[in-house]
Design a protein around this ligand. Sequence first.
Ligand code: NAP
Length: 248
Amino acid sequence: MHVLILGGTTEARRLAELLAGVAGTRVTSSLAGRVAAPRLPPGEVRVGGFGGAGGLADWLREHRVDALIDATHPFAGTISFNAAAAAAATHVPLLALRRSGWVAEPGDDWHMVDSLDQAARVLPALGERVFLTTGRMGLAAFAGRGLDRLWFLVRSVDAPEPPCPARMEVLLDRGPFSLDGERELLRRHRIDVVVTKDSGGAATSPKLVAAREAGVPVVVVRRPAHPGGVAVVGRPEAAVDWVRLLRG
Ligand code: NAP
């Protein structure tokens, strides 16, 4: 049974590890190729776009894929719609493995927004020293003249490219991050506002706890829409169960 995992997340890698131990299952993980030196999962790996939903459907047919698992990041909106369209066109069963979003707790000062642009608009009223954890893509939203007064600590896996905020320091790092590390980072850089996507998961959530403890507001970008009619599980183990059920 050939399973294609659309990956780029911790959960996708974990799923590939788990499926490697299921006899009679061949696993291919697909990465977009955004990260220069990605952590590779076990099994076969292919890198790069498919060329839209049609290209993905062709790939599914050519490589005789029996099951498709969309384990991409909750903010990777396009590929999830492409997966739904390609699965429908080829009649390949599709499952989405998507972690739940974060939930605010007592003491949190969250400001929910719909986009990075909207995050940039609310920032000046909240603070001046910004910890920006939304990744290196989309930094243009924070490059506007109206934000020249703000200073940004930008954390990303690979170095960002212009346009970038006028005043910024780049911290190249990738999760998981520890609570002690996040506390220290907020303190050392005198951060007074944090910006994050609602990525969910434990690997990057300690910044939310550190912000709560320090009384620092957090601008949280809501998730984009996902295709309807697709079964969703939240944990890699549940995706393995789904594969086992399909095999019968
Ligand atoms: P996106 O906007 O949904 O996708 C843009 C295009 O990239 C897709 O149309 C597809 O190209 C290609 N693509 C995306 N994921 C792919 C995959 N797993 N394998 C092959 N091609 C893929 O995605 P994105 O937000 O740019 O994210 C790209 C990748 O980074 C995703 O795999 C995601 O899991 C990972 N990631 C994203 C974020 C985030 O915040 N967006 C955070 C962490 C990790 P074609 O149309 O040519 O097939």
